[in-house]
Ligand binder design. Sequence first.
Ligand code: UDP
Length: 246
Amino acid sequence: MPRSYDRAAHELRPVTFETGVAPHALGSLLISCGDTRVICAATVEDSVPRWMKEQGVTGGWITAEYSMLPYSTLTRKPRDISKGRPDGRGTEIQRLIGRSLRAAVDLEALGSRTMWVDCDVLQADGGTRTAAITGASVAMFLACRKLLEEGRVKKLPIRQRVAAVSVGVVDGEVLVDLDYSEDKDAAVDMNLVLTEHMEFVEVQGSGEEATFSALQLSAMLDAGRVGVGKLLDLQAGLLGLPGKTT
Ligand code: UDP
């Protein structure tokens, strides 16, 4: 089956970043990965959670939130507040984003502050969690750069950027950056998060009523790593940073 955007099996959808979409946030952008579009915004509060103070933990904290806007899906998705309970999938995804960002941030250098990174899906077409991670890493970087410019921190509180991509097996073939039509037919579905040093932060992968071989797993990891490398390069280009990862 031909892929969207006429792309090859291991190719990403077109990626664009539009920065400054939420001017009241310290750092914000709209990331588009094909038809999946996510608003990522980082804000900072000059306080840390109470448990940190109580346990004498120094440095800052980072928290991520993820949600799909009601009109981001083909049929309207009610807001959690209207349903009166948080959505399990959303909770799992925001934990994944939080873990990924904690690999990226230097909490000591952030000081006694909490960074909130909000990811709101504007349009969903597969890979919203991976687009959110790739975008959130940039929003956080922009916010940290602002903190440094304003003299609120002594050094950039970033250890490394992170980015993420989905990989799957559809009709026996390894595909990178699946859109929804591919995602729903995938026998195997994986999400890979890597740092700019090309080390894994997280690997989520499962067979959907199917199993996969060690050979397929290794092919998915290889193809996904190359895809994430491209995303890291695009981030670096946007941020005016040197260095190619691949
Ligand atoms: N999706 C949807 N409504 C939902 C959950 C998912 O329309 O409540 C669609 C959406 O296009 C999403 C895709 O299914 O991107 C795949 O969802 P999944 O849970 O695998 O997460 P994602 O791939 O977005 O990280």
